[in-house]
Ligand binder design. Sequence first.
Ligand code: BEZ
Length: 211
Amino acid sequence: MTLRLGDVAPDFEADTTEGRIRFHAWLGTSWGVLFSHPKNYTPVCTTELGYTAKLKGEFDKRNVKAIGLSVDKLDDHHGWSKDILETQGTALNFPLIADADRKVSDLYDMIHPNASDTFTVRSVFVIDPNKKVRLTLTYPASTGRNFDEILRVIDSLQLTDRYKVATPVNWKQGEDVIIVPAVGNDDAKKLFPAGWKELKPYLRVVPQPKE
Ligand code: BEZ
């Protein structure tokens, strides 16, 4: 099933390194980042999982739960976790789904048969507290993803939800943002009483709202 932005993220039940979960219940009121790995005991995945574990504090600050997936058995996941700790210096601190029957991979269309019919591609789904898909990203197996970029997108999405602002090209935390086009000037005056810089009627720049 191809998932598009705004779709409800499909619910599922699965075994993970932290026990059996039902996805929606496990997410609760948090945001989620669900990401797939082509296979256990592969080098790029090992670095990605270690780095994601290091970002736990950043995910917590944003009310985000991370969850990985690999199409291998739970026992293999436990063996691989030891390697992640040994080589990356951080133990897994989020669940890794054991998707040996590819139930979840199929549900989220993570196997692209013309790339490989056994490995998943590197998919990422950012899911909001209403269980809506807010970001999809697909990388090839040989390219590690940029998890700092995933955090950056979550920051942007959360700013949009809270303050009705969008983020411009290459935006970074603390830089100016843009009032979303759907907010007319009358409403913008209430939301941004200090005013804005109007470069064009459709391009209204304000400092990033303080959290
Ligand atoms: C990796 O995770 O290192 C990997 C997996 C499949 C192909 C190439 C690299």
